[in-house]
Design a protein around this ligand. Structure first.
Ligand code: XMP
Length: 476
């Protein structure tokens, strides 16, 4: 039996090359998520229930990456998370929330709260009758007034097709925040808000769909409702569907990919996880638009401990990337990224993007509340195959589940953990992107593709690794 060598991030370094880069701003982090989707930075937040719901996905898209909504939600809940991302920013809102003038102020308040918006268009007989904003209803919670009694009737509107700078000028001139777009028949065709215009100016690097809305992906499994879930997510305009199972080089994954691609040929489909060239090739042949690579590399994974299976992450990425290059299908490195150095090495080894879990856990945007330990704030971060994540999923599927309910034979392949509170994910992304930009410069590269061409890895000894860490000093 031939035993192959497998390496991971701490086994290697990138050999420094001559660089003509004089400032990190000369580097370009644009990359491909999948065959037809581009990102401005190579970062994806993991489809985990302690990492990515709408808040994380919005933040990732603002910075130029993408978040993948996890699937331990009901179909309706997952769709709602996608819709929240899509509605969080746009050039123009196509279907603004509307209310009838005959509804009560109380109903209007409840509807605004439910949808997380600060204004509603008032529409009667399909025509714009007025506008209702948060200010109009703020003290009407206990009153019996109707929308028509408190709405603003003389609404400043514009014609559909107005460009953004004209819209901005109208908003400025009239000191208003919302500009409904109304056609010659008085029908509402859209809405431009000052929030969206400011948002576009504040996040010039944001990753957006064709309508100027944030990009977002969503995960599905390979059993049960996955077809119905995919259909609902695509209807909500999810930009990519991620078929996510622990052992992606399997009949289950391949038949799921085929079924989804057959039913939804235009769906941008990502699948994984695999850890070998053959695994990547089989998924590509089944029709995927990107392959997710990583078995047992994640910080909370115990797959290698429980099953003895896996491939050290750098070798897995490198092997899969050779196949990805052959078929022109991007590779995602998923799991085991602890530093911007690891991120740079994964990209240099051939990944187009990197999926991150623990690094983004414990942020303001990660789901879950804080827990305190020794006076410090933490957030729970757990494997999706951990016992408690499985419990959460089962209770979603069946309504309720008791702790000892038929999960006794569940073999967990992930652990429950905590990560310290870290502030906003935007700050972490800045640090990671900055590190990768410097990494590109050390490789004498302006782009990720150039770095992949220039990259020369050197294997290091234990002494080399020790030398790479801060040493012989007392850390503050
Ligand atoms: P990091 O290292 O970024 O890894 O925290 C995140 C990735 O870990 C994978 N994942 C799991 N792997 N058991 C596993 O073997 C699990 O319970 C589990 N949960 C998540 C997943 O690929 C994620 O993106």
């Amino acid at each position: 039996m031939e035993i192959k060598e497998g390496l991971t991030f701490d086994d290697v370094l990138l050999v420094p090359k001559y660089s003509d880069i004089t400032s990190r701003s000369q580097t370009d982090l644009r990359t491909k998520l999948s065959k037809n989707i581009s990102l401005n930075i190579p970062l994806i937040s993991a489809n985990m229930d302690t990492v990515t719901e709408s808040a994380m996905a919005i933040a990732l898209a603002q910075e130029g990456g993408i978040g993948i909504i996890h699937r331990f939600l009901t179909v309706e809940e997952e769709v709602e998370e996608v819709l929240k991302v899509k509605r969080s920013a746009s050039v123009m809102i196509e279907n603004p929330y509307m209310i009838s003038p005959d509804q009560s102020a109380k109903d209007a308040m409840a509807y605004m709260r439910e949808k997380g918006v600060s204004g509603l268009l008032v529409v009667k007989d399909s025509k714009l009758a007025g506008i209702l904003t948060h200010r109009d209803v703020i003290f009407e919670g206990e009153s019996n007034k109707l929308v028509k009694d408190i709405m603003t009737k003389d609404v400043i509107t514009a014609k559909p097709g107005i460009n953004l700078s004209e819209a901005k000028e109208l908003l400025r001139e009239h000191r208003i925040e919302k500009l409904p777009l109304v056609d010659t028949n008085g029908q509402v065709k859209g809405l431009v808000t000052s929030k969206d215009i400011t948002h576009n100016e504040n996040y010039p690097n944001a990753s957006k769909d064709k309508k100027g809305r944030p990009l977002v992906g969503a995960a599905v499994g390979v059993k049960g409702d996955f077809m119905e879930r995919t259909e609902a997510l695509l209807e909500a305009d999810a930009d990519a569907i991620v078929v996510d199972i622990a052992h992606g080089h399997s009949e289950n994954a391949i038949s799921t990919i085929r079924n989804i691609k057959k039913a939804f040929p235009n769906c941008e489909l990502i699948a994984g996880n695999v850890a070998t060239a053959k695994g990547a090739e089989d998924l590509i042949k089944a029709g995927v638009d990107a392959v997710k690579v990583g078995v047992g590399s994640g910080s909370i994974c115990i797959t290698r401990v429980i099953t003895g299976s896996g491939v050290p992450q750098l070798t897995a990425v490198y092997d899969c990337a050779q196949i990805g290059k052959k078929y022109d299908v991007p590779i995602i490195s998923d799991g085991g990224t602890r530093t911007s150095g690891d991120l740079t090495k994964a990209l240099a080894a051939g990944a187009s993007t990197v999926m991150v879990g623990s690094l983004f856990g414990g942020t303001d945007e990660s789901p879950g509340s804080f827990v305190m330990k020794n006076g410090k704030r933490y957030k729970i971060y757990r494997g999706m195959a951990s016992f408690y994540a499985a419990l959460g999923r089962k209770s979603k599927e069946t309504g309720t589940v008791a702790i000892n309910d038929d999960l006794n034979d569940y073999v967990a392949e992930g652990v429950e953990a905590m990560v310290p509170y870290k502030g906003t994910v935007a700050d972490i992304i800045k640090q990671l992107s900055g590190g990768v930009r410097s990494g590109l410069s050390y490789c004498g590269a302006h782009t990720i593709t150039q770095m992949q061409q220039n990259a020369e890895f050197i294997k290091m000894s234990r002494a080399g690794f020790a030398e790479s860490q801060p040493h012989d000093v007392d850390l503050m």
